[in-house]
Structure formats: structure tokens, C-alpha cells
Design a protein around this ligand. Structure first.
Ligand code: IVH
Length: 683
């Protein structure tokens, strides 16, 4: 048993089982009904696995409605319910070669003659399971899997798929239910996103989500515009049709009726060949124009299938071998350095865009100078890229075999790419800084931060627009936002009357934001949301904070000496006081909650545990922990299966990150952390 499979002995199984079931139900809803999953498939699988493991050790805790006993989805109220004539089952998973072999061995032990043990190997299509019903050869109904027993009626939608015949050839069975996967070809997905880009609309994250979203449309003309396809892989109900002995023959029959059956499906006579097929497709998965996330192995002999039967959730005669998290290789075009609002110079990899772990990656942080040296990645290398915890893109290593001879090592620039001033790396520090406070990149960074969701939350004032306004000299500090010359903006490309009107009203509305948000937006070093809230609640106005001594500030619960010193230093700088004057003149709210008492925060993290590792930009470690606790959560020092998420800043602790990956705990960047604090949901 792998280390991650063991149960923490200190754990209360009853509580944990309830927790896991609630989490699984939530994620089922996000995946099957909202088509907007919050966690990766691997993370989801890990939850089910942990639940199954506890139930195996405590059989008394198994209930018929446990997610281990039935497939994941449920029908939503949006579509009419359809009862499947034959239940649509799920599959058990094997996550590595060992688990696959264990399944094979178990199966073979139960089988009497070797002749029975032939298999059909099928690519596991990453789409949406569908059952299609034909009566007397006519397409009459299509339904999603739902909870396996009752699905959703998507007849009109599936009817728009060009590869689904509406009429089968003469002599078709009087009833035929066929199961398959609706998917979006990768090429269609890319074309769809190109169209979304052109229309200025939101991009789709991956082919599976866009297939599910496209199919489950109230208006089937939307489905028709989305180029969906189907692979049929399983016979459901059949009446007045031929009888079959082997699964391979059923597939051949479906093919003969004009249904699309995947040509990569192969019958193999031995388990060794099953394993070889899995290895082959693990290596070749990207040769296909559709996404696969594993291989489905099915016993070919149908009589034997019936004899083996099923658990309430999945058949014993089939298994889904899931591919491990993806790594892809791609050329490293360049290493560039970005300058943040604090002046920190962060190197990042500019990659030939590559589709990995469910989305396209074109950039990945390299953290700092030492990290680049340790990884020894050089522009011109081909590098291995993966998603840390399926979220944050990461350059793993160079492929040394492919390194061109004499490829030069990358050296950290000595001057700031934005302002040309010298970059400074203090002795003993890992970070390098541009120390010119007038650096245009820092200025833009400060304004972007001021307008961001965690601070003044000005919708429509994102990075691109801030850069544009800065380049044109329309804004130089955060207060200039309130005195923009809008006639000049209207003359710019990309700004219509409506978008300018929207932006102006968002800026106007931000004047009434609470003091704590303004404090966060001012870019005081070390001061994040929790400290800002404590200060706003403790002092009640910006003026009071500006004149308070270091000791008075530090005496406020949740502030402490580091923030206190930083606040005093910030307001000692004349240019910062001028910014405050400009904000006051513009009518921005500088007062805190009435009576100086902080409002109780939404308890978004009740009962959850969030581990923080590495340096965050807007929070000290204490602040991050205080922010979690202030919302009802816990922030322990180590990662366990009960950890809701691990928040990763710069230079995270390797052991925490590895542990999180091992346990499938979601990994969040700082933006994800903000979302989690605010909404309690994983982004
Ligand atoms: S057979 C009882 N074959 O994987 C057997 N499923 O994890 C039912 N899937 O719900 C499924 N490709 O959505 C089967 N070639 C294939 C498949 C496949 C993808 C999906 C299907 C199923 C899920 C189970």
C-alpha cells in the first residue's frame, strides 16, 4: 500500500467519512451539473479513494447512498429525467501499473479457462457519458448518465451531432440503447477558443468542460454550433436483435449500424498485452485529436461478465487505468524578468505554448536567480513542464539529451528591464530588486494592485488597461485613477462609449470601498487584508493611522511590530502623503467602520484547514494565518489528508509541496488564496 493510502490513526472515521461524502457530493454537483469543476480529476479521485479506504476498514460505516456505492452524478432539474433501461455504471480505477496488475490477477483467479480471459482495450475518452436510444432504427432519445439510474434528457442536443445517425439501416433491433462518450475534438476546442478570443469572450478551460457545457444547453442550436463528436463503446439494452458472445462483436455490430466506434480499440488475448496497450497509449495520448485520460480494459466474454457481476457502483469485469499527472516537453523560448509592485525581479520561463494538465501553458515562474541555476534551464533548451498539484505551471527540468551544443547559461540581468536602473540583490537574500520607486513597472504594478479584487475591486481596470494608461502618461500613481482625462481615453483604440462609461462608474463606486480595502490598495509593505482590517477597526480613520506611533499601531491585535514599523515608514514618505491628499480631494472614503469596531468577517473557512508555505506578496505568514483564522479556519504547520488547500508563495517548502502533491491536496497561488478567503470555494 502506498504511503498516501494509509489512514491517519488519529482520525475520527465517522467525522471524516461525513466530511468526505459532503465534499464528494459538492464536487459531483460542480462537475456533473454546473460543468465547472473546482478540483482536478486526480484530487477528486483521491477523495473517493480515501473514503473507500476508510469504509474498507470500517464496513459498518458503509451506507447504500455512499458515493463509493453508486456513480457520481445526479440529474439536474434543468432537463427532464430519463430512466435508463439498463443502469449506466461507473468504473473502478487503477492508478498505476501495480493496481492494474492486481485487478488482472484477481480476475484471472476467478476465471476457469484461459480462453475466457481475453480483453478489449479502449482509450478512455475524457468527455461526457451518454446513452442513445433507437426504436425500430429511429433515434428517439438521448440522456446523460445522471446518477446511473436516472439521467437528463438531452435528445435535442445529441440530435445535432453530425456523427450520430438519426436512422439506422433496415433490420435494426426494435430497441437499441448504445452508450458512448460525447467529446469535443482538440482541434474544434482550439477553434472555439480562437472564436471566443475574437469575440472578446471568456475562453473555455479544456475540451471536456466545453463538451459538457456545449451539450447541456437549453438551446440546442448552441450545441449544433460546437462541433461535438461521439465514440460509442458499450451496448446497453437490446431487443429483437442478434445475441452476442463477445464485447468485440457488439462493437462490430454497432459499427455496422453506422455508429462511430473508435478504431483504436483493440482485442488482446493476454494481460501482458493489456499492460503494453496501456503503456503505449500513455506515451501516445497526444497523437489523438481527442483527449483521453486513461485506458478502459474490459473482459471480452459476455457470459463471464454476467457471472462476475458488479458491485453497486461498478462492474468487476472492467477497470479504468488512469494515466499519471501529465508532463509535457516544450521549447523554452526565453527567460525574462518581471518587476512586481514591490520592485521584486522575478524570472519566468517563456514557453512555446503547450497543452498540459487540462490547459495551455505559455509561461511559468522560475522564482529567483538561484532556482534558475539549480534547475539549470537555459533559453534554447527543451524543458519538461507540468502542473504542480494540477494548478500552477512549473518547469521541472531541461531535457539534457536535446540541449544544443554550447548553449549558454542564462545570467540574471544587472539592470531593470523596465527602467534601466541597476538591480540589487542583498547579501544573503534570494530575491533581486529594482529599487527605483519611479520605475514604470512598479508604478503600473501598484496601480494594478490598487484596482485588484483584493483591494479596491475596480472591475474593468485590469493589467492591460493599466499598462496602456500608464504608457500614455494618464496615470502615474493610484490616486490619478480618479482624475483621468476621459476624453483622451475615448480617443484610444479598444475604448467605446459603453466601456468607458462602465469603467468610470466602477472607479466612482470604488470611492466608497471600506477603509481596509484602501489600506490594502496603498501598497504598504507587509500590510495585507488581515492587518488592514485590524488597523481600520482599531483606528477608525486613515488620519488616525497616519499619526499613530509605532507602539500604538503594534498594540492593535493582529498588527504586530513588523507591520507597525512598515506603516510608519510608509507615511513618513512625502510622496505617499501626497497620494493620500489626492485621494481625499477625489472624495475617496478614508474612514473605517463606525465606532472603530471591525465587522465580523464571513466565516468562509469554518472547519477547514489551509496550510501556507513560501512568501506571499500581500501577506506576512502571520497575516495569512490570521486571515484564515478570522474566517473560522485553521492553519496548521503541516499538510495532511484533511488539508483543504496548500497556498504556495515564493520559495515554498519542498516537503509541504511534495506532500500536497502526493495526497492530491489542491495547491493554490495567492490569487486562489484570495478567492478561497472571500468565497470559501477553491478556484
Ligand atoms: S465503459 C460499465 N468505455 O469513463 C462500463 N467508459 O470512469 C461503463 N469512458 O462513465 C463505461 N471511455 O463516461 C467505458 N471506452 C470507454 C470509455 C468510458 C470513457 C468514461 C465513461 C464512464 C467513465 C467511467
Amino acid at each position: 500500500m502506498a504511503e498516501s493510502d494509509t489512514i491517519d490513526p488519529g482520525l475520527d472515521p465517522v467525522g471524516r467519512v461525513a466530511e468526505l461524502r459532503a465534499a464528494i457530493a459538492h464536487h459531483n454537483q460542480r462537475y456533473y451539473e454546473a460543468d465547472a469543476p473546482e478540483i482536478s480529476d486526480a484530487d477528486y479521485d483521491e477523495l473517493v479513494r480515501e473514503l473507500a479506504l476508510i469504509e474498507a476498514e470500517h464496513p459498518d460505516l458503509v451506507t447504500p447512498d455512499s458515493p463509493t456505492q453508486r456513480p457520481g452524478g445526479s440529474a439536474s432539474a434543468q432537463f427532464a429525467p430519463v430512466v435508463h433501461q439498463v443502469a449506466m455504471m461507473s468504473l473502478d480505477n487503477a492508478f498505476d501499473d501495480g493496481e492494474l496488475r492486481a485487478w488482472g490477477d484477481r480476475l484471472v483467479r476467478r476465471i476457469e479457462t484461459a480462453a475466457q480471459a481475453t480483453f478489449v482495450c479502449e482509450p478512455k475518452i475524457d468527455g461526457l457519458a451518454i446513452s442513445i436510444r433507437y426504436e425500430h432504427g429511429r433515434f428517439v432519445q438521448a440522456a446523460t448518465r445522471g446518477d446511473g439510474r436516472v439521467g437528463e434528457d438531452v435528445t435535442a442536443n445529441v440530435g445535432t451531432l453530425s456523427c450520430v445517425p438519426h436512422q439506422l439501416p433496415a433490420g435494426a433491433p426494435s430497441v437499441l440503447e448504445v452508450r458512448g462518450e460525447v467529446y469535443m475534438p482538440v482541434s474544434a476546442f482550439e477553434a472555439l477558443n480562437a472564436r471566443q478570443d475574437a469575440a472578446g469572450e471568456r475562453r473555455f478551460v479544456n475540451p471536456r468542460n466545453s463538451a459538457a457545457g456545449s451539450l447541456r444547453q437549453k438551446d440546442a442550436t448552441v450545441t449544433a454550433s460546437r462541433e461535438l463528436a461521439l465514440w460509442a463503446y458499450q451496448l446497453g439494452a437490446i431487443e429483437d436483435g442478434p445475441s452476442f458472445e463477445r464485447h468485440a462483436d457488439t462493437l462490430e455490430f454497432l459499427r455496422s449500424l453506422g455508429l462511430p466506434v473508435n478504431p483504436e480499440i483493440r482485442s488482446v488475448p493476454t494481460l501482458e498485452e493489456v499492460y503494453a496497450y496501456c503503456r503505449e497509449w500513455e506515451a501516445r495520448r497526444h497523437d489523438l485529436d481527442y483527449e483521453i485520460d486513461g485506458v478502459v480494459v474490459k473482459l471480452d466474454d459476455l457470459a463471464l461478465r454476467t457471472a462476475l457481476g458488479s458491485t453497486s457502483r461498478a462492474p468487476r469485469w472492467a477497470i479504468a487505468y488512469k494515466f499519471p499527472p501529465e508532463e509535457r516537453t516544450t521549447p523554452l523560448r526565453a527567460i525574462q524578468v518581471s518587476i512586481g509592485r514591490t520592485g521584486r525581479a522575478t524570472p519566468f520561463a517563456v514557453l512555446e505554448p503547450v497543452f498540459v494538465g487540462g490547459s495551455t501553458v505559455g509561461m511559468a515562474t522560475l522564482h529567483n536567480e538561484d532556482q534558475v541555476r539549480i534547475k539549470d534551464v537555459r533559453p534554447g533548451d527543451v524543458v519538461v513542464v507540468r502542473k504542480a498539484g494540477d494548478v500552477i505551471p512549473e518547469v521541472v527540468r531541461p531535457v539534457l539529451e536535446l540541449r544544443p551544443e554550447g548553449l549558454a547559461e542564462w545570467t540574471f540581468p544587472t539592470t531593470c528591464p523596465a527602467c534601466g536602473e541597476a538591480l540589487v540583490r542583498a547579501k544573503g537574500e534570494s530575491d533581486t530588486f529594482c529599487v527605483n520607486v519611479d520605475c514604470p513597472a512598479q508604478r503600473a504594478g501598484r496601480i494594478i494592485h490598487f484596482a485588484s479584487r483584493g483591494a479596491m475591486d475596480i472591475e474593468g481596470l485590469g493589467e492591460q488597461r493599466v499598462y496602456q494608461l500608464c504608457d500614455l502618461g494618464l496615470v502615474a500613481d493610484v490616486a490619478d485613477i480618479y482624475t483621468i482625462d476621459w476624453d483622451q481615453v475615448l480617443a484610444l483604440e479598444g475604448y467605446g462609449e459603453l466601456s468607458v462609461a462602465n469603467l468610470r462608474s466602477a472607479i466612482e463606486a470604488s470611492k466608497d470601498q471600506p477603509l481596509a480595502r484602501l489600506l490594502v490598495g496603498l501598497n504598504v509593505r507587509h500590510l495585507g487584508p488581515a492587518g488592514a482590517e485590524a488597523l481600520a477597526a482599531g483606528f477608525g480613520s486613515l488620519d488616525a493611522i497616519m499619526v499613530a506611533s509605532e507602539d500604538t499601531l503594534a498594540a492593535v491585535e493582529g498588527v504586530g511590530p513588523i507591520i507597525a514599523r512598515s506603516v510608519v515608514e510608509f507615511f513618513a514618505v512625502e510622496r505617499n502623503r501626497i497620494v493620500v491628499d489626492k485621494l481625499r480631494a477625489a472624495g475617496v472614503n478614508l474612514n473605517g467602520p463606525v465606532g472603530g469596531v471591525g465587522a465580523v468577517l464571513d466565516q468562509t473557512l469554518t472547519g477547514r484547514s489551509v496550510v501556507v508555505t513560501g512568501t506571499l506578496a500581500a501577506y506576512t505568514r502571520e497575516e495569512a494565518e490570521a486571515a484564515i483564522k478570522a474566517r473560522g479556519g485553521k492553519s496548521p504547520g503541516s499538510v495532511s489528508k484533511r488539508t483543504t488547500a496548500v497556498v504556495v508563495g515564493d520559495e515554498p517548502g519542498a516537503s509541504k509541496l511534495t506532500k500536497a502533491e502526493e495526497l492530491g491536496v489542491p495547491i493554490l497561488d495567492e490569487a486562489g488564496f484570495e478567492t478561497l478567503l472571500e468565497t470559501g470555494e477553491l478556484p
